[in-house]
Design a protein around this ligand. Structure first.
Ligand SMILES: C[S@@+](CC[C@H](N)C(=O)[O-])C[C@H]1O[C@@H](n2cnc3c(N)ncnc32)[C@H](O)[C@@H]1O
Length: 235
């Protein structure tokens, strides 16, 4: 069964308990930030309220806003009001809430993660900020398990490099896109970050070809550390 939670439905605790177990994956890591020097740093704990060193989440998010220019990324990928988007690896919701604002009340963001604790963090914030267009989806390592097959976009923001089954995940992601839908990957570019921890654009292009996608665009013109790869499924 696909685990789906609506922020609007969350006051009904029984329903919540049925879909979203409290246990996380125990790793205690829910997000990353690019430090001013370009390093990638973990953000927060599984409960999503943590600090990274002396930095608060707000400080880290401000730093990410400067480095990643999320509004410009959303412009570049064509995210518009009314769209239905699946986000994989949503973690504590850094990009989730920005996409939620962009798609607006007539759009929906399905926030997926394999860590139920991370999704609980997104849910808590959605409830506290009265955001009604985010649904939580507990996925599997090789399959996001979005509840519908007509998404305008599936977005992987700052985390494909962490997925354990990248090739299988990309193959499975195809079936959640509507005809003409796009898979968008925004990931650290290892040629900019000088770290084998991250993927190269050739690796992403290779996964894409093997999984049956055509490359629509690769844009790194305004990002210091990341690249944007836009893909469309081919028959
Ligand atoms: C680097 S952090 C997330 C980044 C997040 N998008 C952000 O920008 O803050 C990685 C997240 O991906 C999740 N994750 C790892 N493998 C995954 C998978 N196969 N599918 C979905 N989420 C996954 C982790 O649980 C973690 O929350």
């Amino acid at each position: 069964m696909t685990a789906v939670l609506s922020a609007a439905a969350l006051p009904h605790e029984r329903q919540e308990a049925a879909f979203l177990p409290v246990a996380g994956n125990g790793r205690g890591v829910v997000g990353y930030a690019i430090a001013p020097g370009g390093d990638h740093a973990c953000v927060g704990g599984a409960a999503g309220r943590g600090q990274h060193g002396a930095q608060s989440r707000d400080e880290i998010d401000r730093m990410r806003d400067t480095n990643l220019q999320p509004e410009r990324i959303m412009d570049a990928i064509g995210l518009r009001p009314g769209m239905t988007v699946g986000e994989a690896g949503a973690s504590y919701g850094y990009f989730t809430f920005k996409m939620s604002r962009r798609v607006g009340p007539t759009g929906t963001v399905y926030a997926n993660d394999i860590d139920a604790g991370a999704l609980a963090t997104v849910r808590e914030r959605a409830v506290s900020e009265k955001v009604a267009n985010i649904r939580m989806v507990l996925g599997e390592a090789a399959d996001p398990r979005f509840p519908r097959g007509d998404l305008d976009m599936v977005v992987v923001f700052d985390c494909l490099f962490e997925f354990s089954e990248q090739a299988a995940w990309m193959k499975n992601a195809r079936r959640y896109l509507k005809p003409g839908g796009r898979l968008v990957i925004v990931d650290p570019d290892n040629s900019k970050m000088a770290s084998a921890h991250f993927l190269s654009r050739q690796q992403i292009h290779g996964f894409a070809q093997d999984a049956g996608y055509a490359i629509v665009a690769t844009d790194d013109s305004f990002l210091k550390t990341h690249m944007i790869v836009v893909l469309r499924p081919v028959k």
